[in-house]
Design a protein around this ligand. Sequence first.
Ligand SMILES: *[C@@H]1O[C@H](CO)[C@@H](O)[C@H](O)[C@H]1NC(C)=O
Ligand SMILES: *[C@@H]1O[C@H](CO)[C@@H](O)[C@H](O)[C@H]1NC(C)=O
Ligand SMILES: *[C@@H]1O[C@H](CO)[C@@H](O)[C@H](O)[C@H]1NC(C)=O
Ligand SMILES: *[C@@H]1O[C@H](CO)[C@@H](O)[C@H](O)[C@H]1NC(C)=O
Ligand SMILES: *[C@@H]1O[C@H](CO)[C@@H](O)[C@H](O)[C@H]1NC(C)=O
Length: 875
Amino acid sequence: MSQICTSSNYTMKPIITFSCILLFFTTISARSFSDYITPNFTASYLEFIDNFGTFLFSHNRTFKAAIFNPGGQQTSFYLCVIHAASNTIIWSGNRDAPISDSGKMLLSFKGITILDEHGNTKWSTPSLKSQVNRLQLTEMGNLVLLDKSNGSLWESFQNPTDTIVIGQRLPVGASLSSAASNSDLSKGNYKLTITSSDAVLQWYGQTYWKLSTDTRVYKNSNDMLEYMAINNTGFYLFGDGGTVFQLGLPLANFRIAKLGTSGQFIVNSFSGTNNLKQEFVGPDDGCQTPLACGRAGLCTENTVSSSPVCSCPPNFHVGSGTFGGCEPSNGSYSLPLACKNSSAFSFLNIGYVEYFGNFYSDPVLYKVNLSACQSLCSSNCSCLGIFYKSTSGSCYMIENELGSIQSSNGGDERDILGFIKAITVASTTSSNDGNDDKENSQNGEFPVAVAVLLPIIGFIILMALIFLVWRRLTLMSKMQEVKLGKNSPSSGDLDAFYIPGLPARFDYEELEEATENFKTLIGSGGFGTVYKGVLPDKSVVAVKKIGNIGIQGKKDFCTEIAVIGNIHHVNLVKLKGFCAQGRHRLLVYEYMNRGSLDRNLFGGEPVLEWQERFDVALGTARGLAYLHSGCVQKIIHCDIKPENILLQDQFQAKISDFGLSKLLSAEQSGLFTTMRGTRGYLAPEWLTNSAITEKTDVYSFGMVLLELVSGRKNCYYRSRSHSMDDSNSGGGHSSTSSTTGLVYFPLFALEMHEQRSYLELADSRLEGRVTCEEVEKLVRIALCCAHEEPALRPNMVTVVGMLEGGTPLPHPRIESLNFLRFYGRRYTEASTIAEENEYGSVMLQQARSSTTSMPSDSSTRGFSYMSSQNISGPR
Ligand SMILES: *[C@@H]1O[C@H](CO)[C@@H](O)[C@H](O)[C@H]1NC(C)=O
Ligand SMILES: *[C@@H]1O[C@H](CO)[C@@H](O)[C@H](O)[C@H]1NC(C)=O
Ligand SMILES: *[C@@H]1O[C@H](CO)[C@@H](O)[C@H](O)[C@H]1NC(C)=O
Ligand SMILES: *[C@@H]1O[C@H](CO)[C@@H](O)[C@H](O)[C@H]1NC(C)=O
Ligand SMILES: *[C@@H]1O[C@H](CO)[C@@H](O)[C@H](O)[C@H]1NC(C)=O
């Protein structure tokens, strides 16, 4: 309630302001009513103070041009183009040369000139090829100088500052530069450049983000890029033949792409009522921006809020300056500026860390030892520090400017050792930091003042001990799983955060150790590979590595993990912990000793007995019913199939992989649906692109029921040599496909249901050890679950009731099952042109092309647009 009030209050202000402006213009100022001005026009803030400096509006007043003082300060005024409704500056002329409130903008025949209060030129448009006739502000926000014949002489769109808007193009080679701050529009140090293959963010020549590495953005082709643009429905990089990179976004009237003051590239939209809404941020990992924690600050990702947590690396303490970074703890050192250091220097060891630039730059040397790496830096005055990777002997160099350091969370990055160059400022006392390399002996700083050092070391050790004890206690109390293993100061702060329900967090090394370096592969699927592991407390676990579907932001990942980790049900595989370090994303599940249902059901001996199958059906139904209606957040599994039903002793069935569909980006969920398309558990709505609901899971569950009955996959190829084995169910094959031996079992089940010959359907390997009523029960429930119309399918709670016997058995609706005949025919046709394992995908293609409402070209895109949010969300 209070939120609603706040937001309505907020919108009041612009409305009032806007009506004041309207009033002002209609009553007083007639000269600015049109969307252009003509030469010998001047404007200063003071002249237009009633209007907050605004002297020109676009035709529908969407944009305005003003002499404006951003951030409420009173000293720096800029010629700006502003989006009126959201009060967003989209362009500024004199960004590096602000004027005072009496400074002027002059429009002359030669162009625009910005003059200070003494009449000195501070900024002007370049010399133009003919005389200016008018200055116009277009409805898109483009400030244009026109000549007599309305030809464009100069446009603000072609001279972007830090923002582009809809209708504007940022061509290859052009760049956006951040503003220094929200009140100081001068050019900051971050730069977004469009290259022929990418959009790249740089800081003092150090690359810290590339669009192409962002998994949220969809890449359509390898064409050379021509320009970047945004429109009402997305953000794009265009090449010769159309979009090369695209990011689909919700429909919005106004959208900007801006390089923010923190160095992040941000796409914002404005829908007319609220503030700007952030839609895309790159990099979204807060520690990946160069000055996330100031110069030499140590940045640790925060899983709770997106803002990172800052501290200082070893041998450094919080700086005294306004800069906010870190300084050497030893007062006799200070950080150098590139090529300004004349005095002696040392390398301060900052431990195992990462640096944003290392992700995108190559080492300057390979296969060298540490001293070779250091001496290269020693001899190069632009070098401010090095990172040395001992496993490969790679030497990385920081040049020109030193940014923030990232804490190394382990994994591959664990072996990168960082050293920061520090110059000696005080010559009176001998200095050291206890971590100096041998290099320093040449610089005459070697004598070690043991008397000074010992108390410091003692103190550090004491603090470390206190910290370790505290951390252990927090962990024990907050997490159910007692996490064992080594504690390192660098990974310590990460564990200080707590999302309710977040299961235990593991270090990558711990999992590496538990799985003996991922030795025993026990499964693989769309989400990655699964390995068997043993934790230090001797519990056996299954470790799922989900690296191969792309890297998701840690915060999003953890939010989803907290949801999954909060779900406890006897028929759902328990998530015991996770690991989100660097680029690693792993999930630790309880280990299910009998493996997956498909291995037990379709595989060899012993045959899964009828009672066990019935129990599996009931257990799976209960697990699914819980996911759909038992927990706080409704979860649609989206991938119910025998591979995802795991068995434990006594054939207790548990569903795995639930909740994972939400971990996929929109692009990846395309892969996800395609993946499922080849399986044969595909509900009709996947093909027709209609909404995916929990009834989609019900359909897949019905398919699993049929497989439990038959003991084989729903689509199988009956080879001639096995036809004797199939004598029990052989009669039905003639109705499906007698010539090819291909069986589409759901259709066969429908036909047998119509003839009420349910026993025909039972697995022949059971040799009659079945309960006739239960076979009929499973088949009838399965057919009801398979109804084409999702609304006609029972929900899982009802299914559980039917299986248990409390709810009467339903009667399948034949009219909603006739589509199975179509599917069956498709399979038969497909079988003449495809191998067995391709039936599903062939059918998928055919079904797609037969859905005439969908252009075949966009059909795959339509699938990929089905975001993971659509797949499951709050009830
Ligand atoms: C504008 O000023 C210039 C010189 O300052 C003058 O030559 C020109 O006639 C003026 N034009 C108008 C329309 O006043
Ligand atoms: C330039 O455009 C304006 C309207 O935008 C129009 O009134 C004027 O006639 C045009 N001038 C020429 C020379 O086309
Ligand atoms: C935005 O641009 C894309 C790519 O050119 C295009 O497919 C889409 O239709 C555009 N959207 C609008 C609303 O114009
Ligand atoms: C490091 O390598 C250089 C040659 O690249 C060699 O001269 C030097 O002795 C090595 N130093 C150590 C400590 O191994
Ligand atoms: C320092 O290193 C950079 C990059 O390795 C190189 O371009 C530059 O020339 C070097 N400067 C000196 C003085 O060696």
